[in-house]
Design a binder for this molecule. Sequence first.
Ligand code: PLP
Length: 435
Amino acid sequence: MSRSRSYDRSLDLYRREIELVPGGSQTNSKRATAFALGAFPIYAQDAAGARIQDVDGNWYIDYVLGLGPITLGYCYPDVDRAIHEQVDRGIIYGLLSPLEVEVAAAVCEMVPCAEMVRFLKGGAEVTQAAARLARAYTGREVILNCGYRGWVDTWAAQHTERLTGIPQCLSGVIDGWPRHDLDGLRAKLEEYEGRVALVSLDPAGGGARVPDGYHQAVRELCNEHGALLMYDEIVTGFRMAPGGGQEYFGVTPDLACFAKGSANGMPLGIVCGRADVMRLAADDVTISVTYGGEALSLAAGRAAMQVYRSEPVFDQIWATGGRLMAGFEELGEKHGVPLRCHGYEPMSSQTIDYEDAQLSRDVWTLLLQEMAERGVLLRRGGLLFITYSHRDEEVEETLAALDESLAVIAEAVDEGTVSERLRVTEVKESFRSFT
Ligand SMILES: Cc1ncc(COP(=O)(O)O)c(C=O)c1O
């Protein structure tokens, strides 16, 4: 297939951005180098439903979706209407917005652990708030954490061997255990006996499905050792179920953090949980930001939560994700490409594993390039985010594009021409945060 899409405007902008913005992006996982630079769009100018338009005028079905905040689809009418109505009334006041009360009540209604709620903005802020609350409540300092929680020192201190600029002393109060390894967690709780304030995890993270009984066992271990349990629901929240992973797995943590799906793209971070723990934020536990009560995000959150509660959003997302996972696996098999799907339907991850690791990386890049060429945006290694606006039409178009792209890949692998078919100007592994 000859090249038909141009990314020239994207590339012109990017050349300017890398001179002005370190890393060329505000979000590490969105760096152009994490995709297929030169053969993939970089800048967006429009979006609607499940689709996005780049600055060169090309439209795509989008599965990257801002890295997860869009649950209903771009420009979802109920949410956009709420934002427009609020804009006309002011964005933020010195007085409180009544929306704070309404959205807090909606969260408490939907999320099993939520008895009280505080609003912040991003994921790092809410997980930081949960860490502080847990340390204050238990009078202990150590956090056992599994997975990425955000860029702030509290969490980055788990990786001072790789990350710089973080006080070394903080690394003594955070540790981890291998995902889904109960014995590993038990051993750490024993190693730090009487010192663990918080066990923190994302309930469906890591790509693989969670072993039966794992979350129940973690809950019991926390109870035995007097540690609080926090679920980071930043990906699972308002995606797996109305009440997030805790509703889906039927286990109630002490604290939970939400951000991505709370307001269909507007920045609304939520830390919530047991009232006796949350209440500490009224006194000596300082959690306070200027923008916490910003009304556009709260209005968007209220509208989104109304849709989550009144329409079959989550059933639809699971069904669409299921069709895509089955289709990806089937087409991988048809073309002899080792493409596999893992995890859960609303946000499955994908792997391509040849014995030769460099070939696997190049095939990923070729897949991103060929899918973009055919109007579908994927992310290296998934996650494949699904919205309520991805319908049959999008699934069919995606699978048709995948069928053609995998045919190209199979031929290239056979011929040994994968790397020469790449039109990229620079390729790097996807930024993997510090999980
Ligand atoms: C599970 C999880 N927790 C926390 C974060 C941090 O959120 P933010 O980037 O809004 O600070 C992320 C971001 O990707 C995430 O995926």
